[in-house]
Design a protein around this ligand. Structure first.
Ligand SMILES: [Zn+2]
Length: 221
């Protein structure tokens, strides 16, 4: 197989010869009786934080342990714009981060106006953080790079605002992923655009992001 395009975070999985996509499921939708063999992530989304108690989420996480395809916990995180109680979001984020650490899984982070609240977690986290739908400015990006973060960028690649271009260009290639998230965009289009903005050949970008994927998730050929 040629080097695939990796869509690290999507809500519309479209695996093909050319594309490996990692669907992101809401934890409450994962059926514990149905084994999922292909790579996926799952978590309670911060939007749904007040729908579930700490105990309910703990029980749902325990059921995940039997899922062979689980490669990451996410999307989880903190969202200051949504209506879900922020304290409850924090409580469930901590719970899910602890689960990820115990099971050696990276976390895929949904962050809205909450960047600074992740810093204390990042300083002591034992698993990699991937900030998905990343849109931060250059200053924040530098700070997160120093903390060892990974970044997944989606549709913003196609609407590259000057403010974000600088940030996008300083992300080390070894810390970068691309995604379609909830859009119906073609991941190949996002790769092509990214390779132009970063001024590197498409093949080189594919090779590097595929390496990142295998390294971060400890996947074998
Ligand atoms: Zn998403």
């Amino acid at each position: 197989m040629d080097i695939p395009f990796i869509d690290i975070h999507t809500h519309h999985s479209q695996n093909s010869e050319e594309i490996i996509s990692v669907p992101s499921f809401f934890l409450q939708d994962v059926d514990s009786k149905n084994e999922i063999e292909t790579p996926f992530s799952a978590a309670i989304h911060p939007w749904h934080a007040t729908k579930f108690s700490f105990e309910q989420v703990s029980a749902m996480l325990e059921n995940l342990s039997n899922q062979p395809g689980l490669i990451a916990i996410g999307e989880t995180g903190l969202d200051k714009i949504c209506t879900a109680d922020y304290q409850q979001q924090k409580l469930l984020f901590e719970l899910q981060l602890k689960y990820a650490e115990n099971h050696h899984k990276p976390v895929i982070i949904h962050a809205v106006k909450s960047w600074n609240d992740f810093i204390p977690f990042l300083k002591k986290a034992r698993v990699p953080f991937i900030f998905h739908g990343y849109s931060g400015g250059a200053e924040l990006t530098k700070q997160l790079i120093d903390l060892g973060c990974f970044f997944s960028v989606g549709k913003l690649v196609l609407q590259m605002a000057p403010r974000f271009r600088e940030a996008f260009q300083i992300i080390p290639l070894t810390s970068l992923f691309l995604e379609t998230d909830d859009s119906s965009l073609d991941i190949r289009k996002i790769y092509r655009e990214a390779s132009e903005i970063l001024n590197i050949p498409l093949d080189q970008l594919k090779i590097q992001l595929n390496e990142n994927f295998k390294n971060l998730f400890h996947l074998q050929e």
